[in-house]
Every structure is written in C-alpha cells, then in structure tokens.
Design a protein around this ligand. Structure first.
Ligand code: COA
Ligand code: AMP
Length: 630
C-alpha cells in the first residue's frame, strides 16, 4: 500500500487502523478498543489495557533474542569516549536502578524529575521510572535553577535524579549547585536526590538527602516491570507557552507505545536491529521520542551523542558518527546543519567518511530553510526529509512517510499529514481556507495516540490553549498553507513563542524576567531573524523615571538576569534601552511591527498605531544592535 491508501485506510476506520498497530506492542492486558470517550474532547487511547513501557523498550527484546544487540551507544566527543550497552546489560542496569528507587519509596504515580546531560544514565533513569510506573519529568540541562524550581513546584516530585555536571565546550556545567538552588527556591521539597557522579566533577553530597547513583543501588533487589493502565501518564514534559509558567505536556502510556513504534518504520524507515540517531537532547521532546523511547521500543540501537555539530572537535563529527556506527536514519535540527555548512560549505570533512549505508536525513524543530536543505542534499546525496511536529504531539503531524512510500520532496514543505492527523488551515472564524491560502493550522479532534491528552494539573489551561479557538479542533499555534497536492507549509507561529536553535522559548517568560529588574518600567522581547539559530530574542527596556545609570550597565544586567533566571539556552544577548515602545491606541505593544523593522522587511504601518515616530527611535536602537540595516 502506498501513502494514499494507508491514509485512506486510517480515515475509513481509525479504530481498526490503531488496533492493528497495537498488535506490535506486548500487553499485560490487551486493549479491547482503541479510542475511549470519543464523544468528549478529553478522549483517551487504549485506556482499558495494562502495559509497561520499560518492558516494551527493554525486557521483551532480551526475551526475544536481542539481548546481545547494542541498545545504546554513548558517543561523547566532548570526553573523547565511546561506550556501548547491550539490551541485556540495559535490562540489568535499569532493573537495579528501579529497585533502588523502589527501596526508597518510589511507586507508581510518583513524580521524579530528571536533570541530566547526554549520558546513557539519563535514559536509564527514564526507563527505571517507567519500570515502576513512576512519572518522570526530564528538565533540559540548559535551564537554570529558577526554571527547574518552577517545574518542581508544578510536578511535585518525590525525588530528583541528576548528574554532578554537564559538559559544554570549554565549560563544566555545575548541575548539583543548580539542583540545590532549585530545591531552595521551590515551595515543594522532594524527599531525596540521586546524583550520578561524573569523573569531570564529583559533587559534595548531603548525608541522608543526596544519594550516590551507584552507592544506593548496592545490595538492592532488582525491580520487575509494573503493569500500568493504558491511560497512566508515562511522563510530563514542560514546554514554553506564552507566559513564564511552562505547560506540562502529559503523555499517556499506551498511545505513546503504539504511535512511536509505528513511526519508526513508517516515517524513519528503520527495521529492528538498525542503528537510529537523533542528535538532540533528552530534555526535549525529540530526545524523549527518538533518543530514548521510539528506537528502543522498536528494537533499534540508539545513539546518545554528547557533543555539538561543530567544535567537538570539528564539522565532521556528524559524518564520523554516521560512518563509525553505521547509522541508517539520522535526525537533526536545521540549525545544526547551518552550523556545519558555515564551517564546511563544500563538505570537505564529509569526504573523509563513508556514509553509504545512511538511508535518509530527517529535519525538525524549526523551519527548514531551502538553502540548508539544498546544501545537505548536495553534499550528502541523501534524501532530506523535513517533518513537522511539537512537544504536544510527541511524533510527526506532517512528514514524508519514507517507510511506506517516499513521496517527492517539495523544498520548504514538511510534506503531508500522517495517518491520525486531519490537518486543516482555518481562517479566524474557523472556516477552511482554500488551497494555497494562509491561515491557522488546526487538527480535527481526536488527535491520534501518543499525543497530549491534557496538561499536568491544568485542564482549564489545556482547553483554553488548544481547544477553545476552533471548537472541535486542536489549535497548533502554527500558521501555514496546504497546497493543491496536500503538501503543508509552516510559515509562522501565531503566538509569542520563538524558536532559537530549534529550541522553543517564550518571549513572555523573558519579558517577565526583564520586568523584574528594579530599573525597568516596561519592556518587550521579540524574536529577530538569525542566520545560524533561526531566531534570537531581543529585548527593549524602558527605564523607571529618575534612573540615571549608564544604559550599557543596565542592559548587561538584563542579559545576566535572563541567563540566571531562564538559563544559557535562552541565548538572550541583545538588549537596548529605549524611551518608549510602539503601541496601538489601546496600549498593545506592536511586537510584530518591531520584528519586521528589525529584519528589514516591508510592513504596513498599523492603522491603530498611537505614535508612529516611536518606530524611528526603535529603528535607531535596532541599528545599534546590528539590525534594521537594510
Ligand atoms: N546544559 C547547559 N548549557 C547548555 C546546554 C546544556 N545542556 N545546552 C546548551 N547550553 C548553553 C550553551 O553552552 C550556550 O551557552 P553560552 O551562551 O555560554 O555559549 C547556550 O546554552 C546556547 O546554546 P546553543 O543554542 O546550543 O548554542 P551554541 O552557540 O552553543 O551552539 C549550535 C550553536 C547551532 C551548534 C547549537 O545550537 C546546536 O547544536 N543546535 C542543535 C539544536 C538541536 O539539536 N535542537 C534540538 C531540537 S530537535
Ligand atoms: P517543540 O514543541 O519545541 O518541538 O516546538 C514545536 C514548534 O517548532 C512547532 O509548533 C513549530 O513552530 C516549530 N517546528 C517544529 N518543526 C518544524 C518544521 N519542520 N517546520 C517548521 N516549524 C517547525
């Protein structure tokens, strides 16, 4: 069957389509139906089943003869080491860690925060939680204490599992003090922490509160897999919304298993035993779905990459890893390729390696610009498949189903809707737009298995954020068009979320931080175009009357404050003091107009602008930051 037939078979009988895919999962109790409560917008998938994620990702492969197959390759150019773990070893390691967690009282439903760099132990911590039915919430290492504290207060974890440090080029990231700081800041106090000590930095542990990763496993009984209900939360993953309070995306267990397993062949075109590599971080959804769960559930070898596309040691790292570990399908973010392209435009590093066994390269996380796709096509000679999805969906909404049928690539389009997704482009009134016209992208409910059923402890916010604007649809927050062939084009966000190096960040959260500076009376943060990272945040601050300090001093403090409160990942380095912000007569800050001005794009002066002269002042400030030069 080709793509059209598969999509039509899902449309004709979604229940049968997903029940068929569910056969690939090892159930403790098989589901009797796929979709439950279909008449409400709080529907669920495979809710009456019993199943365990860790069993499906690890144990069953050992039982089925894959025990000696490598499950995880840790390739760390930053420490100059490669380490391989087989499925049999992984089972023992995870069962032992889970046993130790259980001995400390972690049981089904307890939350555990994981704050770790790209080491196999991060995956083991996730799998150990899954083994017990505990709900993990992984927090990206580039977030600072304050962001970690916000997540501690929302998820209310019983424990935190962390590493002593992370390693960024040229600097050790001291995780333990960040964890201690977060616990101090948070209202909720976890009962204990588990610290994986790395040789690059051994953290001081508080007796009776901080437990050493190896020490606390000594002498424990390994834990068995605990079957959980299909609608039991597998994890919570926080993502940026429009405010400083991140959204806790919930992932239910059974739908997650079924959807990810299906996607590994249908989209990524790998068979069990193949090596699959997603060069992301476990702190992001790509890391959850395609470094940890997807490949392991499907019986693939996954690569945990601790490094950067360039500088660790050079722009040939991606190609070296693909060659050395015989990677079949490779997934990265366009920004990573832009970095490689900048250093090695002609692909001279690539010439040193053999990537003949690589089938295709997948890009996601941000818009894939045509220049980057064409460059990657030219230097690698491989198909480059853009695909579009979000933390909320957990897997591809629109992509090129290469394992079913490789569709012709149209550069600039992530291709077509995957089975499970009825994608529509709507106008403000919720009417379908004609082909080729721009509108809000929405997905008709129900969303398929594996997507978010709700937000953690925030059902009202879930409804308001996603289900209210277009009744009967899920609002994606992206705008775009669908062409006559059904190909989708993602053009922009419809909210204040920006995308920096494939990382989703909230300008609202940064504004909250700037507003907390004692000298700042008012502020705005916008996302301006950047050749490498796609977008960069840029702040404008108006000072409180009477403040008479040098502006450079204040902007330097603002930059430092965002780094301290949100973290280095915000990449907030552009900030200017201005007298006033451009607003409408009703007081709304004209952020979109400021973005156009910064990017030297043509724009129409908003009819409702209060004082157009302010735009001239903003332009001068932008030029001072190296923008609005065109
Ligand atoms: N822990 C602590 N700090 C981290 C971190 C982590 N896990 N990840 C990033 N940071 C820090 C970086 O050290 C940097 O700090 P600096 O301001 O002191 O230099 C800052 O956060 C910004 O990091 P990053 O966005 O990674 O920028 P970079 O300049 O270091 O590297 C790229 C640029 C393009 C090479 C890099 O962004 C990259 O590899 N991007 C790929 C992104 C990706 O895979 N995204 C996942 C979506 S699928
Ligand atoms: P995240 O939840 O961090 O994965 O970010 C999801 C958002 O990133 C989407 O809503 C889009 O705005 C953007 N995005 C992800 N993939 C793509 C893509 N292939 N093309 C364009 N934008 C993308």
């Amino acid at each position: 069957m080709g793509y059209k037939d598969v999509y039509a078979s899902w449309q004709a009988d979604p229940e049968n389509f997903w029940m068929t895919q569910a056969e690939a999962i090892s159930w403790d109790q098989k589901p009797t139906r796929a979709l439950t409560s279909p008449d409400t917008d709080l529907y669920e998938w495979f809710a009456d089943s019993m199943v365990n994620t860790c069993y499906n990702a690890v144990d069953r492969h050992v039982e089925n003869g894959r025990g000696d197959q490598v499950a995880i390759i840790h390739d760390s150019p930053i420490t100059n080491s490669i380490h391989k773990i087989t499925f049999a070893e992984l089972k023992d390691r995870v069962a032992s860690l889970a046993g130790a967690l259980a001995a400390k009282g972690i049981t089904k439903g307890d939350r555990v925060i994981i704050y770790m760099p790209m080491v196999p132990e991060a995956l083991e911590a996730m799998l150990a939680c899954a083994r017990l039915g505990a709900i993990h919430s992984v927090v990206f290492g580039g977030f600072a204490s304050n962001e970690l504290a916000v997540r501690i207060d929302d998820a209310q974890p019983k424990a935190i599992i962390a590493a002593s440090c992370g390693l960024e080029p040229g600097r050790v990231v001291h995780y333990k003090p960040l964890v201690d700081g977060a616990i101090e800041l948070a209202q909720h106090k976890p009962e204990f922490t588990v610290i994986f000590q790395r040789e690059q930095e051994v953290a001081a542990l508080k007796d009776g509160y901080d437990f050493d990763w190896h020490g606390f496993q000594a002498g424990v009984t390994p834990a068995d897999c605990v079957p959980v209900e299909g609608n039991h939360p597998a994890y919570i993953l926080y993502t940026s919304g429009t405010t400083g309070q991140p959204k806790g995306v919930v992932r239910h267990t059974a739908g997650h298993l079924v959807a990810l397993n299906w996607s590994m062949k249908a989209i990524y075109n790998v068979d069990p035993g193949d090596v699959f590599w997603a060069a992301s971080d476990v702190g992001w959804v790509v890391g959850h779905s395609y470094i940890c769960y997807g490949p392991l559930i499907h019986g693939n070898t996954t690569i945990v990459f601790e490094g950067k596309p360039i500088g660790t040691p050079d722009a040939g790292t991606f190609w070296r890893i693909i060659d050395e570990h015989k990677v079949r399908s490779f997934f990265t973010a366009p920004t990573a390729f832009r970095a490689v392209k900048r250093e090695d435009p002609k692909g001279e590093f690539l010439a040193k390696y053999d990537i003949s066994h690589l089938r295709a390269i997948y890009l996601a996380g941000e818009r894939a610009d045509p220049d980057t796709i064409e460059w990657a096509q030219n230097v690698t000679g491989k198909p480059i498949y853009d695909h579009w999805w979000q933390t909320e969906t957990g897997w591809t909404i629109a992509g090129n189903p290469a394992g079913i049928e490789a569709l012709p690539v149209k550069i600039g389009s992530p291709t077509v809707a995957m089975p499970g997704y009825d994608i529509q482009v709507l106008d403000e009134g919720g009417n379908q737009m004609p082909a080729g016209e721009l509108g809000a992208i929405a997905v008709k409910l129900p969303l398929p298995p594996g997507t978010l059923p709700t937000l953690w402890n925030a059902e009202a916010r879930f409804r308001k954020s996603y289900l209210t604007t277009f009744p009967g649809y899920y609002e994606t927050g992206d705008a775009g068009i669908i062409d006559e062939d059904g190909y989708l084009y993602i053009m922009a966000r419809t909210d204040d979320v920006i995308n920096v190096a494939g990382h989703r960040l909230s300008t609202g959260a940064m504004e909250e931080v700037l507003a907390s500076h004692p000298d700042v009376a008012e502020c705005a943060v916008i996302g301006v175009t950047d050749q490498l990272k796609g977008q960069l945040p840029m702040g404008f601050v108006c000072l409180t009357t009477g403040v008479n300090r040098p502006h450079e001093e204040i902007t330097a403090e603002c930059v430092k404050l965002v780094r301290e409160k949100i973290g280095p990942v915000a990449a907030f380095k552009l900030c200017a003091v201005v007298d006033r912000l451009p607003k409408t007569r009703s007081g709304k800050i004209l952020r979109a107009t400021m973005v156009k001005l910064a990017d030297s794009e043509a724009f129409k002066l908003p009819a409702t602008i209060d004082d157009p002269a302010i735009l001239d002042e903003i332009k001068v400030a932008l030029q001072g930051l190296g923008y609005a030069k065109g």
